[in-house]
Design a binder for this molecule. Structure first.
Ligand code: 6LA
Length: 181
């Protein structure tokens, strides 16, 4: 691996590394089930853990059915909302859609904002209009393939791989060149 590059890992290796840090949990059968998709609520939990956000209780920002203090996902959804990483699918009706499947473009948006990636004005990707800039940002950062179907549901393999690399981005050492003075 060249200096400044991140080693390529398999989705299983990414999962294992994130599991060791408590970012993801396996299923009761002990497997990662990387070919499954995941809900927006589950994704909010991963994002909370990945970026070390504080879970928020005592606040209910959305009007979804079942969105109440007993819902396990609420503290995570409130955390990503407070951090400005997610805002829900309908801000007029106040719908987060926590049981809906998270899409690749939704993952792209969250990572692009969290990592403060530049959103290019020129885009060439399959994302919805609202997500084109975010999708291009993660493509240009090398987090997602440019040929990805951004409107499709994200698989757990994509989420763990992008989360793993997102985590690494902050850790790659930057080369400091001493001044000649
Ligand atoms: C209200 C709105 O315009 N939502 C957009 C987009 O911002 C949302 O991004 C996330 C990641 C979210 O913030 O919850 O997923 C849902 C997206 O919905 C989009 O509108 C269809």
């Amino acid at each position: 691996v060249a200096f400044g590059e991140t080693a390529k890992v398999t989705p299983q290796q990414a999962f294992d590394a994130l599991a060791a840090k408590g970012v993801v949990n396996g299923f009761p059968d002990g497997k990662a089930h990387l070919d499954k998709d995941l809900t927006r609520g589950e994704f909010a939990k991963i994002v909370t853990k990945l970026f070390g956000l504080t879970e928020v209780t005592g606040k209910l920002s959305y009007n979804d059915k079942g969105y109440n203090a007993k819902n396990w996902a609420v503290p995570y959804i409130e955390a990503v909302t407070a951090a400005g990483l997610m805002q829900g699918q309908d801000t007029v009706k106040g719908i987060f859609n926590y049981n809906g499947k998270v899409t690749v473009e939704e993952v792209a948006k969250v990572l692009a904002i969290a990592l403060k990636l530049e959103q290019p004005t020129t885009t060439d990707n399959s994302a919805s209009v609202w997500a084109k800039g975010y999708a291009q940002a993660v493509i240009n950062a090398g987090l997602v393939e440019k040929t990805a179907n951004f409107k499709a549901n994200a698989l757990r393999s994509l989420v763990v791989e992008t989360a793993y690399y997102a985590d690494q981005i902050g850790k790659v050492p930057t080369l400091t060149v001493a001044s000649a003075e």
